[in-house]
Design a protein. Sequence first.
Length: 277
Amino acid sequence: MKHILIPTDFSDNAWSALVYAVKLYKYEVCQFYLLYAQPLDPSSLYGLSDIYIKSIMPQSSTQLQELKQQIIDSDGNANHSFETIVKFIGLKNAVTECLIDKTVDLIIMGTKGATKNKLLFFGSNTTHLVNKIKNCPILIIPDQFDFRPIKQIVFSTDFNRFYSEDEIKTINDFTYDNNAVLRVINIQTGNPLSQIQQYNLSSLKKGFQGFETHYHSVPNYDKKAEVITSFIDDLDIDLLIMVNYKHSLLERFINEPVIKKIGFKPHVPFLVIPDNQ
């Protein structure tokens, strides 16, 4: 059984992520945790009546129950069960608590919530989770993305870092479970691979088993972000995977606030594997 945590703020984008999740795991037994987190700032509560404050909690719980019923009615599946969780703290802390209290294999969420800023790579909540959550992969679904089966996966790496067994297993699971083709892309720097890079490439080749795998060395003819975007478009990629570690390309992306400066906005689902080394 897979255990999947899905944060929601009841926005259209959050709903799209939820629909994607249940379709992706249509044939697998899954426990979905629907999480709504809203911090109660003491300064904003000043002057409000106790009755009003106490009414916030059941209202949020009712809204989350309605969301649960909505997904059951629209995509009912005997393989799936749902549990609702309401926490009146910030999303990062709420997710952290869920990872402690529950078995969670994967977090699935939208790129942005109810408040959207088109200039941002991710919304602030998504960025905070990607930066802070170190013990669970996060699958990020683009705004208004319609589900399609995962048949082509691209894993972007520079081979400068050794990948752990858990990280390789996560990539293996997504590729094997979806009967997909894995394409490993390395953007050339103009220099031949170092001994470390060659060793890490060899380790990946040994680790990826049971599915078709291709290795691509792409000339760095433009910004790296644009190279990846072009690769996704040219090969009709369904899922992008990166490992988020210090000084990685992904780290630069998520900490750069303006899209036009980096030339990159994921328009396919994006699996972020945290650095747990």
